[in-house]
Design a protein around this ligand. Structure first.
Ligand SMILES: Cc1cc2nc3c(=O)[nH]c(=O)nc-3n(C[C@H](O)[C@H](O)[C@H](O)COP(=O)(O)O)c2cc1C
Length: 183
């Protein structure tokens, strides 16, 4: 049986590099992992007023997380942090108070950018946001993918060998981590 990993894409853009990276990871993943590439389209804005009767999209997102064996964030960086849609989804998944759907889930973080810094600030912000509401976070290999703009062909398939090698290296470590945490 493969471990089910909710792989959260931090960008809504159709041609998103984060989405293409998540899809590439799903294809490269070892047999022990099934990466469920999850975009955040349709997740309502978090509003504490709605907590008594949460919208169906919040409940579906929370249930998906609860049923998973782990979570992997693949995110770009917006203005040196994570995109608002991703923070919103994390807020949705983190509630009700004390019952975060991320709780106990082994977690991975991959940031990316077409620029030179690989979205490292976004990854660091996730490392600040998550500890109180998630499970253990894989620390190494730190994976901030830079120069992603020329990594894919016109069908969105990964073509850059150097990028592929980094993804495979990450998946090896992440698979071992998931196995250990789910034992
Ligand atoms: C509002 C906004 C802010 C951005 N800020 C950053 C940034 O701080 N660091 C960075 O490397 N790229 C930044 N970018 C460029 C993104 O890395 C680039 O648009 C990337 O393609 C977005 O990710 P996606 O391809 O997954 O949609 C920003 C883009 C937008 C739209």
């Amino acid at each position: 049986m493969a471990y089910n990993i909710v792989t959260i894409v931090g960008s809504l853009r159709k041609e998103s590099f984060s989405l293409k990276i998540a899809n590439a990871l799903a294809k490269l993943a070892p047999a022990s992992l099934k990466l469920d590439v999850t975009t955040l389209n349709g997740i309502s804005f978090f509003n504490q007023d709605l907590e008594a009767a949460p919208p169906a999209d919040w409940l579906a997102f929370r249930e998906k997380l609860q049923k998973s064996n782990g979570v992997l964030f693949v995110t770009p960086e917006y203005n040196r942090s994570i995109p608002g849609v991703l923070k919103n989804a994390i807020d949705v998944g983190s509630r009700p108070y004390g019952k975060s759907s991320f709780l106990g889930k082994p977690t991975g973080i991959i940031s990316n950018s077409p620029g030179p810094l690989g979205g490292v600030s976004a990854a660091k912000h996730l490392q600040n946001i998550l500890p109180g509401i998630s499970g253990p976070i894989l620390g190494q290999p730190e994976t901030y993918l830079n120069g992603c703009g020329d990594g894919f062909d016109d069908k969105g398939e990964l073509t850059k060998e150097s990028l592929k090698a980094v993804l495979v290296q990450y998946l090896d470590a992440f698979a071992a981590f998931i196995e250990k945490q789910n034992r």
